[in-house]
Every structure is written in structure tokens, then in C-alpha cells.
Write a protein that binds this ligand. Structure first.
Ligand SMILES: C[S@@+](CC[C@H](N)C(=O)[O-])C[C@H]1O[C@@H](n2cnc3c(N)ncnc32)[C@H](O)[C@@H]1O
Ligand code: SF4
Ligand code: SF4
Length: 397
């Protein structure tokens, strides 16, 4: 996760990037992504959370969620993402949000927007919520079958219009896959037309309902094509769009090289990256699942380092920081890659592929020696390479 424009230039989220660096230097959590429930009213084909209508049996109680928000506030957490499942389905959603805001925590709601009403938008605005992030995958005839509920696309578009009218910023999120790829450029234009300020593209995570679908990813060439488009957008006079890229840390050195080719000074951004790196694992970033499991990354729900029921937030932070002192290995090691310490490769993909979080990231955009067919052969020959168990977080299915 990295806000590309704000990392290298003076984008709208430069302040957030700076706060993350400061929190990291102080040994504090820089940001927490909290799946406050795994319950969802949609049934997206690709959902790495495998979210559905069920509440996980061991979900944090309302009292536990409130105690956790107090800890976050007392630890000076800069940024909190309320996610899910569908976070607005949790019955004390507003209590959590309003308490977090009372501590001055910057809260972003990651929602499918199906429960967004004008009153909800007004309440978000009244609580000083700058941004919500919502998912859009393409036109209605593609989006609705993908999320499993007819009429969702139009509800999302309507919600975006209401949110913008009420002055809440909207980020459009999409999973980048072979299925969504045909719609990507139209989606970018639609985001601009709807006055959305941020686009978040996440490489397909092959767990949950996408388990084993490594062939569903787009190719490195397609990612590089998208990277070229984003570089042009950032450098154009007209666009102010912010871009955030998930599960593809090598995108950052890729675009940095493009900026350098254009004679642009990227030294400030690279300096920040020496501290926080493009993959945020172990850099103050924390994910907490609906049952209190503490994860280095939201994309690897089976990789937990403890439970918030058994350790304080500060102990959890200390545990996660231990990952920072470990070097990435193989092609991502400092000996093999000049970007090792600023990129580090996607640690969640390494974990899912090998069970070793420090293994190399075979989806790198810069090192062509990673060949898809070679990966497919490896996966076929060695079942443990495909390790990914989305439901093995403590107490889950
Ligand atoms: C897990 S959802 C939770 C928030 C909310 N329910 C929503 O869908 O916006 C957060 C984001 O993860 C994305 N996502 C889900 N499964 C994914 C996968 N396998 N690969 C990449 N992104 C995925 C969704 O598209 C969504 O934008
Ligand atoms: S991606 Fe979001 S909306 Fe879709 S099933 Fe998963 S949690 Fe629900
Ligand atoms: S080899 Fe690894 S660390 Fe180097 S750029 Fe690629 S993904 Fe990043």
C-alpha cells in the first residue's frame, strides 16, 4: 500500500505518509486495518476474506471492540481503516467510528456502499471522515454477477454521488485480475467523472474464494502498461487523482524508474521508502481480524502473530516490528535486488506461496526472470507452494 502521487510529489495524502513514517520511528502502529466483522451482504466471486452472511462464532464482542478503540486512541494511532466483511453491518459500527474520531484518529471506511444512505453520508461528514473507499469492478452487467447481487452496481454509483454531494471523498477500489482487466481503463474514466479522488488497484489475492487462482492474475506486461498509464496521469496537468496500489510493491520502484527517466527528482520519496518500504509488513502496519487475530497483512488472513484478546496493542506492535529486522530472501534479497530495502516484495504472497514470509515475490514487475509458466510448473509439482488457508485464523472456520 503506497499513495504513489503523495509519496513522490505533494499529493493529497502526503501528510498521512509523513505520519506513518513518524509513527514507525516512534515504535508505534502507523495504521491499523480492522475487519470489524466477516459478515457481508454480498458474495463476491473473488473475496479473499470468503465473507458471507455468517458472523464468525468467535467475533469480538461489542465491549471488546470498544476497549480496543480506547487502546488505539491512547497509543496515538494515526490512521484506522474500518473494513470487513461489510463493516456497516456491524451493529456498533457507528459507536466504534465515533469513539475513534473522538481520539482524533483518521478513520477511513472500506465499504461495498450497499448500506450507504444520505443520512449515513451526513453522519460520516459530521464525524470528519475525509474518505470512504468503495468497490467497483466494471459496468453493471459485469459488476452485479461478480458480487452476486443484482442492482448493486447502481446502488454503488448512487451512493458515490450522495457522498460527493455531502463532501465526503471517495476512493474507488478494484481487484485487478484477468476478469476485471477489460474494464480497467473505463473504470478510471468513470472514477474521474464521478469526482472520486483516489483509485486503489489491488493485484488478485489468491486466497478465500480466489484460492488457487494464480492464473487469474494479469501478466507483468499488463501491470507495466497500467504503470505507464498511471505515470502519465500523475505527470499530466489536468489530473489530481491519487493512486494506491495493493499487493504489488514492485510497482513503486517501477514508477520511480519511470519518473527518473523523465528527469524527475524522486529522492524525497525514496528517502521515505527507506523507512517504511513499499510492502508495509513489519513497518508499523497492522491488521486485526473480526476475532481479534493480529496479522502482519490483511491479505494473508492465516498469518497471525497473536490475538488482541491475549496481548495489548503495544505488544502486538512490538511483535510485528520483529518482521522488520528480517531481510527478504532469494531474488528479493539485498544481494540480488537493488530495491530490496525500499520494496521488499509482497510478504503476504511469499507467505501464501511458500509458508515463509521472507521468500521471494515471484510477481515482481522489474525482474523478468520470474516466468509465469515456471511458477505454474512449480505449483503443480509442489503442493506446499500453494499454501493458503484463509479459514485457519484462530477460532475461524
Ligand atoms: C475485503 S473487502 C471489505 C470491504 C467491503 N466489503 C468492500 O468490498 O469494499 C476490501 C477490498 O478487498 C478487495 N478484494 C476482495 N477479494 C480480493 C482478492 N481476492 N484480491 C484482491 N482484492 C480483493 C475487494 O474488492 C474490496 O475492494
Ligand atoms: S469483497 Fe467486500 S463486499 Fe465482496 S464479499 Fe468480500 S467483504 Fe463482501
Ligand atoms: S525483486 Fe523483490 S524486492 Fe526487488 S523489486 Fe522485485 S519484488 Fe521488489
Amino acid at each position: 500500500m503506497a499513495h504513489v502521487r503523495s509519496l513522490f510529489f505533494k499529493g493529497p495524502l502526503a501528510d498521512v505518509e509523513n505520519k506513518a513514517v513518524t509513527a514507525f520511528k516512534l515504535g508505534r502502529p502507523s495504521d491499523v486495518i480492522w475487519n470489524i466483522t466477516n459478515r457481508c451482504n454480498l458474495l463476491c466471486d473473488h473475496c479473499y476474506m470468503a465473507a458471507d452472511a455468517h458472523v464468525r462464532p468467535n467475533e469480538l464482542t461489542d465491549e471488546e471492540t470498544i476497549a480496543l478503540v480506547h487502546q488505539m486512541g491512547e497509543r496515538g494511532l494515526p490512521a484506522l481503516f474500518l473494513s470487513g466483511g461489510e463493516p456497516m453491518m456491524r451493529k456498533n459500527f457507528w459507536e466504534i467510528l465515533e469513539l475513534a474520531r473522538s481520539y482524533g484518529i483518521r478513520v477511513t471506511v472500506s465499504t461495498n456502499c450497499t448500506l450507504m444512505t444520505r443520512d449515513a453520508a451526513k453522519r460520516l461528514k459530521a464525524n470528519g471522515i475525509d474518505w470512504i473507499a468503495t468497490s467497483l469492478y466494471g459496468p453493471a452487467e459485469f459488476h452485479d454477477p461478480m458480487v452476486g447481487v443484482a442492482g448493486t452496481h447502481d446502488r454503488v454509483i448512487n451512493a458515490i454521488k450522495i457522498l460527493r454531494e455531502e463532501g465526503v471523498g471517495v476512493a474507488i477500489k478494484t481487484a485487478i485480475s484477468a476478469a476485471t482487466w477489460p474494464y480497467v481503463y473505463d473504470l478510471i474514466q468513470e472514477a474521474k467523472d464521478l469526482d472520486c479522488g483516489l483509485i486503489y488497484f489491488c493485484d488478485l489475492i489468491t486466497s478465500g474464494r480466489s484460492e488457487g487462482e494464480d492464473d487469474g492474475r494479469i501478466t507483468p506486461e499488463q501491470w507495466r502498461e497500467l504503470g505507464d498509464f498511471i505515470v502519465e496521469d500523475i505527470l499530466s496537468e489536468e489530473s489530481k487523482l491519487e493512486w494506491d496500489i495493493g499487493a504489488m510493491p514492485s510497482f513503486i520502484p517501477f514508477v520511480a524508474e519511470k519518473f527518473v527517466e523523465r528527469g524527475i527528482d524522486v529522492s524525497n520519496g525514496l528517502e521515505r521508502l527507506k523507512t517504511i518500504s513499499a510492502c508495509p509488513v513489519g513497518k508499523g502496519h497492522m491488521n486485526i481480524n473480526s476475532e481479534g487475530g493480529i496479522m502482519p497483512c490483511q491479505f494473508a488472513q492465516d498469518w497471525t502473530v497473536g490475538s488482541i484478546r491475549e496481548m495489548s496493542l503495544q505488544d502486538a506492535v512490538a511483535e510485528l516490528y520483529k518482521l522488520d529486522v528480517r531481510e527478504s530472501e532469494g531474488a528479493c534479497s539485498p544481494e540480488a535486488c537493488e530495491y530490496s530495502r525500499i520494496c521488499r516484495g509482497c510478504r503476504a504472497k511469499a507467505w501464501q506461496r511458500t509458508g515463509d514470509p521472507m521468500a521471494e515475490d515471484v510477481t515482481c514487475l522489474l525482474h523478468a526472470e520470474f516466468d509465469r509458466s515456471e511458477l505454474a510448473d512449480k505449483l503443480a509439482a509442489t503442493p506446499e507452494f500453494a499454501r493458503s488457508a484463509p479459514c485457519s485464523a484462530p477460532g475461524s472456520c
